[in-house]
Design a binder for this molecule. Sequence first.
Ligand code: ATP
Length: 140
Amino acid sequence: MKKQCVVIGLGRFGTSVCLELSRLGHDLLVIDHKEERVNAMREYAAHGATANATDENALRSLGVRNFEQAVVAIGDDIHASVLCTLLLKEIGVERVWVKARDPQHRRILERIGADRVIQPEYDMGIRIAQNLDSEKIIDY
Ligand code: ATP
């Protein structure tokens, strides 16, 4: 059976997550309040909806409860990101991974039950530094 995932917020990060999950064969539901962003994912996601991710009724009627995992990729609007994460956990989505803008945002998300918090620029910075450190540079 195909793995299923909801991706909420189709900015650069959310879009990149969607494209890769689609390539890996996942069954996707994508949600954004901008219709053109949802339409742009039509080719890659089996289901798409233009909706406000903080609207509990909308999330329920879209059937997010049937998905085991969700990615919340809303960065700028911390209120929307936090509320959406809380709703997804309350509705019963098992694994909710969320993008955070800064350390304060991360702390709030961890407190309210996000299963994994990603701070893309920070996390990638650490990875790059570790990669640089592990390069064998011989300096004579
Ligand atoms: P990027 O991944 O491009 O860096 P970002 O961190 O700047 O994104 P935003 O641009 O704020 O984050 O939001 C990402 C996406 O989430 C946008 O496509 C935006 O339309 C969508 N979005 C923001 N708030 C909501 C909401 N309440 N409901 C649904 N979609 C939303």
